[in-house]
Design a binder for this molecule. Structure first.
Ligand code: 13P
Length: 348
């Protein structure tokens, strides 16, 4: 394992002022998003839409890397170059989602396990040879009556640790994502307790499986009250609890920390990130790895008029600029009250 190369890639991904675009929605997730704006979801429409994101002028100023789905990894821009080569030429690191999605955890109602370890070393070698420099694996932890169980947390962290070590042996930086879900009626206290416990078990397991922590990145949700709890989002409380959970339960030598947006509105996801960044210094580079919070307004605009390519690309670059400012704690939050932003920012 070339640990210094892994560390260098991890640092590039979380360098100050840049963050990640998660464009790795599975075809099923992409269909849900496209259905919501009434666009047919085909291999070509997925390619057409993602090309707009990747080729937005100025995006490379704010985007350190892009997480691709397997289909997109092997697709090309209209002009010819493969997406992954196009991104690399713009100094944007291409990454790949390698998990194969969720299955029910047998015997544990309401809990899930992520599959995809079988054959993973061979797939990793292929992605690495084709230019992938980092990977993502998403596990989910749901909060509810009697869940998460220790068995669910144990099974998912075991798989995340195994995946991470397989990545590193292939020269790829693993992003480990144990997503504690926003869905549910739980309190913010409960979310914090679950998340800190998951971090404790995760890093103990990663160490046990000999993962080189400075060459790995954590992708996490923020500490939030359940989406259906009736509690509003208090940005300062979210930021204080998220920073406390990270500072007290995530090893300082880790290669970086990135956030998912997890179904928050774009506005909440940007303001929360801004407040979190303001509570620094943090021991790691800390930034965004958003899908919906970056893309929702862009997807809507594209669905409204698929020929307005210049405007759509500008809108995406603007989203990235806001996220970048937030990642530095330098976002002027009043700009988010701009009418256009608010009208676009509702969750799809
Ligand atoms: P969201 O930002 O939409 O939560 O997606 C990020 C992601 O990659 C989830 O795995």
């Amino acid at each position: 394992m070339d640990t210094s190369q892994l560390e260098e890639i991890a640092h590039r991904l979380v360098v100050r002022g840049k963050g990640l675009l998660a464009a790795d929605e599975s075809n099923a997730s992409c269909k849900k998003r496209f259905d919501a704006v009434k666009v047919d979801c085909t291999k070509e429409t997925r390619r057409e839409y993602r090309e707009l994101l990747f080729t937005a002028p100025g995006a490379e100023k704010y985007m350190s890397g892009v997480i691709l789905y397997d289909e997109t990894f092997w697709q090309s821009t209209h002009a010819g170059p493969m997406f992954r080569e196009y991104l690399k030429a713009r100094n944007v690191v291409p990454g790949i989602k390698v998990d194969m999605g969720l299955i029910d955890l047998p015997g544990f109602e309401g809990e899930k396990l992520t599959q995809g370890l079988d054959g993973l070393p061979e797939r990793m070698a292929e992605y690495h040879a084709a230019g992938a420099q980092f990977a993502k694996w998403r596990s989910v932890i749901a909060i509810g009556d009697g869940i998460p169980t220790d068995e669910c947390i144990g099974a998912n962290t075991f798989v995340l640790a195994r995946y991470a070590r397989i990545c590193q042996d292939a020269g790829i930086v693993p992003i480990v994502e144990p997503e504690v879900l926003f869905d549910g009626t739980h309190s913010i206290d409960r979310c914090e307790a679950v998340m800190t416990h998951v971090y404790d078990v995760l890093f103990q397991t990663m160490r046990a499986f000999r993962v080189h922590l400075p060459g790995a990145i954590l992708k996490t949700a923020m500490v939030l009250p359940g989406k259906n709890s009736g509690a509003g989002i208090n940005h300062d409380d979210v930021a204080a609890r998220t920073v406390r959970a990270l500072h007290e339960h995530v090893p300082p030598e880790l290669g970086g920390v990135v956030f998912l947006s997890g179904g928050q509105t774009s506005k909440d996801a940007f303001i929360n990130l801004n407040r979190i960044a303001q509570k620094g210094p943090h021991p790691w580079g800390l930034t965004f790895s958003y899908s919906r919070a970056l893309q929702d307004p862009v997807l809507k605009a594209w669905a409204n008029d698929r020929t307005a390519k210049t405007e759509i690309k500008q809108l995406f670059a603007k989203q990235l600029e806001l996220a970048s400012a937030a990642s530095k704690g330098e976002l002027d939050e009043s700009t988010l009250d701009h009418d256009d932003f608010v009208s676009h920012a509702q969750d799809l």
